[in-house]
Ligand binder design. Structure first.
Ligand SMILES: [Zn+2]
Length: 77
């Protein structure tokens, strides 16, 4: 594992522990858009715009991103 010297400054949700994927979901209710930043692979998904797109995005991103996350190669002990 390589240790990047960057400090993650994600505005997290303290009361919601991440499961498989560590990422930050940003939802902008004013402009009706959402994006997801994966803290493992540094990929930003989105943003998507519009109520339907945002709703689907928020509902699915935690399950769909891991399927293409390049930082999710968990080493087998
Ligand atoms: Zn990822």
């Amino acid at each position: 594992m390589t240790l990047a010297h960057s400090t993650a400054t994600a505005g997290g949700n303290p009361g919601r522990p991440a499961r498989a994927v560590i990422g930050a979901l940003f939802i902008d209710m004013q402009n009706v858009r959402a994006k997801y930043e994966c803290l493992r692979c540094r990929t930003v998904e989105g943003p998507v715009y519009g109520t339907d797109a945002v709703t689907a995005f928020v509902a699915d991103i935690r399950t769909t991103h891991p399927t293409r996350c390049t930082g999710l190669q968990e080493p087998r002990p």
